[in-house]
Design a protein around this ligand. Structure first.
Ligand code: C2E
Ligand code: MG
Ligand code: MG
Length: 700
């Protein structure tokens, strides 16, 4: 059994008893649902009743003695705000009826025209309208609560741009309460400044477009609050349309994006800067170069790129440790920055490499001036913790557009020039020259094949005899390295020894040479050939190697060669590098009986004092001086002097590169001990040399 719907509780506020009765009769005859009618004769009584009793609908006569017209409507609404209200007015009182509706009544009836249907309809409508209003109110409430509890700021306006709604978040952001902002023009309350600093008007989106799903936080917009404070915001604007598609206002949704923007900025910064020095990194530098080029292409000025590499930084790092090395790099970075203008860029490429971009260069001389300034700035003492550090740098320079029109080419060429500067003695700068590129390409290709040469067995040793000028006997064999490149064919040592030194390959190659030469000498001795000293050339890099002495001893032991049969040829520059450790190394070798010769004597340092301090056996006069004998016979002073010095110091003296009988004769008259050169024999393969040992050379 279904429950009866509860009776509808109707209150009739009517002082006229006749009218009231009429109404009551009409209800009784025609209302076909359960109802309960209560009549109140005055507003005062009605209010008391309403205060204590729930009702479903109120019928209100607007001609009450204690409350008339619109006043009565207000009082009834106040007493029962949620109850549908139907008013009854006199005939021809349309204006009052309209006012009553405006004041909250749901419908009206005209007295004297009361017919049942009109009455029922009015009651039904009143109830329906009331429930619709309730729903609407609820929805509005829900929307308001929602909007007030979200983090996004929301402001809405009407068509004339006046603010109609401000949620809590918006109020907090703009620094004004809803009360302070509602009704005011939007542009007065929500002042937004764009990236370029100009205040921007909030532009509503065209009616057809959809609002962005994300607030646009990248535009760098700033909200300028009443108190002047600027807050980074992201915002978007959408228009509100009625059912007919007519715009009735706008909704502006915005948000404080300080954090997002700060993080974005921080991320962009760290992606573009070197973490150690804070300088722009390679990526940002490339951007700047491209920018500078684009700009200069129009200005007809030059852009210069300076590639810097610290000299001997690795040594600092290795000896004092990375933390000190890092601090030194930071100190260098600051010095470099101090040398250039704000429009220039100093960047760190990694390691101890920096690049300086000079963006507005009028003359190449200006670049040279800056380069000198950079050299000096870096060379000044760096005070790092308790260390006074000295470091120098080498600079290579390339200039746009002469040396390249793209960042990559310019960098590569500056780098090539930098290597030339390093080879040219460091603490200097070099402008790029196109010829450098060819050399660089050549070097690169040689370096690559050199790496494989050892394992592929592309090396061989040739031997050149040294002849005793008194007896004509072969005193020793100088081992000279020969490399046959699979494609290039024979590559002379001058073309690859320096490269091997620079790329660290000289150690394994040198070891191979020493082992092979010792093995060969031992082999000849075992074959009963006349005993000769084996002379091996040692490069500076090899000699400076900490393991050098041990390696030599190990190879001697391994091959069984008597140390007294080994002579090492060193150049003057090697001996001058670091005197103390050189002295110790030479001593150690000499103590084992190994002989020491100074190769190319006269071409290196002019200081002769080391000849007395180092345990040297032999001087080899460089062939350029020997050549003077035949070329400028009047100019033989140096050869004569060197032979004299050697005699005084009790050293043996060998003339290199003897080619003519004339040269030989001169050397003989000056009592030079030994000679070596094409005149006697070119460097030859071991088989031929064995032959030579067997038969001897002819000296006239
Ligand atoms: P170096 O030690 O002064 O060797 C003498 C160079 O002069 C050799 O050139 C030799 O072939 C050349 N030569 C000999 N007699 C004459 C002559 O009468 N006239 C002329 N014009 N030249 C003559 P090479 O073999 O091309 O070697 C050049 C340099 O390469 C050597 O100069 C040496 O410094 C270096 N080198 C050669 N082999 C080795 C090696 O195994 N290790 C190291 N570290 N350096 C080596
Ligand atoms: Mg030599
Ligand atoms: Mg030489």
């Amino acid at each position: 059994m279904t429950a009866e719907p509860p009776a509808m509780r109707i209150v009739l506020i009517e002082d006229n008893l006749g009218d009231a009765r009429l109404m009551r009769e009409m209800f009784r005859e025609s209302l076909n649902f359960a109802y309960q009618l209560t009549q109140q004769g005055s507003m005062a009584k009605a209010l008391r009743f309403l205060a204590g009793n729930p009702v479903d609908v109120i019928l209100l006569d607007l001609g009450l003695p204690d409350a008339g017209g619109i006043e009565a409507v207000r009082m009834a609404r106040a007493a029962a705000p949620n109850v549908p209200l139907v008013v009854m007015t006199g005939r021809d009182d349309d204006a009052l009826a309209a006012q009553a509706l405006h004041a909250g009544a749901q419908d009206y009836l005209i007295k004297g025209q009361l017919d049942l249907r009109a009455m029922l309809r009015a009651i039904r409508y009143a109830i329906e309208r009331k429930s619709m209003e309730d729903t609407l109110f609820l929805e509005k409430e829900r929307a308001q609560v929602t909007l007030n509890s979200i983090a996004d700021a929301v402001i809405s306006t009407n068509t004339s741009g006046a603010i109609t709604f401000v949620n809590h978040a918006a109020g907090r952001l703009i620094g004004l309460s809803a009360g302070q902002s509602i009704g005011r023009p939007l542009r007065e309350v929500l002042r937004i400044r764009d990236a370029d600093g100009a205040e921007t008007a909030i532009k509503p989106r065209p009616a057809a477009s959809k609002p962005d799903p994300k607030l646009d936080a990248t535009a760098n917009s700033m909200l300028i609050r009443d108190d002047g404070q600027a807050i980074p915001i992201g915002y978007n604007v959408s228009s509100i349309q009625d059912r007919g598609g007519k715009t009735t206002g706008e909704v502006i949704v915005f948000r404080d994006v300080s954090l997002t923007r700060a993080i974005t900025q921080q991320m962009t910064h760290s992606a573009q800067h070197d973490f150690l020095t804070g300088l722009p990194n390679r990526m940002l530098l490339n951007d700047r170069i491209t920018q500078a080029i684009a700009l200069e292409a129009r200005n007809l000025r030059n852009v210069a790129m300076l590639c810097l590499d610290l000299d001997g930084f690795k040594h600092v790092n290795d000896s004092l440790g990375h933390p000190i090395g890092d601090k030194l790099l930071q100190s260098v970075a600051r010095r470099l920055e101090g040398c250039v203008r704000g429009s220039d860029t100093v960047s760190r490429q990694g390691g101890d490499e920096f690049v300086v971009l000079l963006s507005e260069v009028a003359h190449a001389e200006d670049v040279a001036i800056t380069a000198k300034r950079l050299l000096e700035a870096v060379a000044h003492t760096h005070l790092i913790e308790e260390h006074e550090l000295h470091i120098t740098t080498s600079i290579g320079i390339s200039i746009y557009p002469d040396d390249g029109t793209e960042a990559e080419t310019l960098l590569k060429n500056a780098d090539t020039a930098m290597y030339q500067a390093k080879e040219g003695g460091r603490q200097t700068y070099r402008f790029f020259e196109p010829a450098m590129n060819l050399r660089a390409v050549e070097r690169q290709s040689i370096e690559e094949s050199l790496r494989r040469a050892l394992e592929r067995g592309e090396f061989a040793l040739h031997y050149q005899p040294k002849i005793d000028l008194l007896t004509g006997a072969i005193t020793s064999a100088e081992a000279l390295l020969r490399w046959t490149h699979p494609v290039r064919g024979p590559v002379p040592p001058v073309d690859f020894i320096a490269i091997a030194e620079n790329c660290g390959l000289i150690a394994p190659i040198g070891q191979w040479v020493l082992r092979e030469a010792c093995r060969q000498a031992q082999c000849w001795a075992a074959a009963g050939l006349p005993l000769v000293t084996m002379a091996v050339n040692i490069s500076g890099k090899e000699f400076q190697n900490d393991n050098f002495v041990d390696d030599v001893f190990a190879i001697l032991k391994e091959t069984g060669l008597d140390p007294r049969s080994l002579e090492l040829e060193l150049t003057e520059s090697v001996l001058m590098k670091s005197a103390a450790s050189t002295q110790a190394t030479l001593r150690a070798l000499r103590d084992q009986g190994i002989r020491l010769a100074i190769d190319d004597f006269g071409t290196g340092y002019s200081s002769l004092s080391y000849l007395t301090t180092f345990p040297i056996d032999t001087l080899k006069i460089d062939q350029s001086f020997v050549r003077q004998i035949s070329l400028i016979p009047a100019e033989t002073t140096i050869v004569t002097a060197v032979i004299g010095i050697a005699r005084n110091l009790n050293l043996r003296v060998v003339a290199e590169g003897v080619e003519t009988a004339e040269e030989l004769e001169f050397l003989q008259t000056k009592e030079c001990d030994e000679a070596q050169g094409y005149y006697f024999s070119r460097p030859i393969p071991p088989g031929q040399f064995a032959h030579l040992l067997h038969n001897g050379v002819t000296v006239q």
